[in-house]
Design a protein around this ligand. Structure first.
Ligand SMILES: [Zn+2]
Length: 317
């Protein structure tokens, strides 16, 4: 290393140290009363953001936990009944270890942090008078990665939907996919859920999937089991099977489009049915859609029963 390189290296090291000190940690950011919006780069009070359902003035949508969503902006009068996760459902049948840490310890910390039985919050209630079962994926629960436990929780909710003959099942997705810690125990969630969604369709129950940001891997595949799929906002990002870095690495030499995996782009390419302007309008718009779909199936059922009627036509002599 010559003197120029040495000088340059010491400058880079000093710059790194300075920026490292200046950048707040994740914990500092979470504890701060101020939030910086990554879209408009404006600071705002966390309290103000909360009052607007975590939507910035520029319409950037921050994550929203399922409990707040269900009680403050989805179910009628904020009332709903929780669907329990089966106690026997094991999140860690392989006793997985991440370095020196047991996965089950990490999982129990996620439970404590979110106050949920699994990464899914499953609830039953009415929305504008319609009987709905809703699933909310909580990204704060280990990236809402699906272990065997989340899979069984979803199945318990779908079973309840079939028993109760609800009008619709609405899923609010935000998840990194199937948990690698579960291997096949996690991957089996994909075919099982697809089959369960088919059973809902056969029973005439409308299924609607709504994607927040960060819906990837196996969860992004399972979204396609729904009758209709929407993004909650055109700016939602990372709606894709594999992340941008992985996708770019298999596309050597080709730069990915800037809007790769963004809701507006995947709507344009016909991969999902549409994007809402804001999460505030979801409740009204989907209940309108469900009413139209229920009416349609009612008309189709009537038409089918009429076509099966045998009419005896008297013979003309
Ligand atoms: Zn903003």
């Amino acid at each position: 290393m010559n003197w120029i390189q040495k000088k340059l290296q010491s400058f880079v090291d000093k710059a790194k140290q300075t920026f490292k000190r200046a950048r707040p940690s994740k914990k500092d950011q979470a504890d701060s009363m101020w939030v910086n919006c990554p879209s408009c780069n404006q600071m705002q009070l966390r309290e103000d953001l909360k009052k607007n359902f975590n939507i910035c003035k520029c319409n950037h949508h921050f994550d929203l936990d399922p409990k707040t969503r269900f009680s403050e902006m989805f179910f009628d009068d904020g009332e709903y009944e929780l669907i329990e996760c089966p106690e026997w459902a094991d999140p860690d049948p392989l006793n997985f270890k991440i370095g020196e840490t047991k996965f089950i310890d990490k999982y129990n910390n996620y439970k404590k942090k979110t106050g949920q039985q699994s990464a899914i919050l499953a609830a039953k209630g009415t929305v504008n008078g319609l009987k709905i079962i809703a699933f909310g994926y909580n990204f704060a629960h280990g990236g809402a990665a699906l272990t065997q436990r989340e899979g069984e929780h979803l199945i318990a909710g779908i079973q309840e939907a079939l028993n109760d003959k609800v009008d619709a099942v609405v899923s609010f997705y935000q998840s990194g996919g199937m948990a690698v810690t579960g291997n096949l125990n996690s991957l089996k969630n994909m075919p099982v859920q697809m089959m369960a969604m088919q059973m809902l369709k056969k029973a005439g129950i409308v299924t609607i999937g709504i994607c927040g940001s960060k819906v990837t891997g196996g969860t992004f595949c399972n979204v396609y089991g729904n009758d209709f799929i929407f993004a909650e906002n055109p700016k939602n990002e990372n709606l894709l099977f594999a992340g941008k870095r992985v996708s770019a690495s298999v596309n050597k030499g080709q730069e990915l489009p800037r809007d790769f995996g963004q809701a507006s782009s995947i709507v344009e390419h016909g991969m999902i049915d549409g994007a809402f302007e804001s999460r505030i309008e979801i409740r009204e718009k989907i209940t309108d859609l469900i009413r139209v779909l229920l009416k349609k199936s009612e008309i189709e059922a009537k038409a089918e029963s009429t076509s099966n009627v045998k009419v005896d036509i008297p013979a003309v002599s």
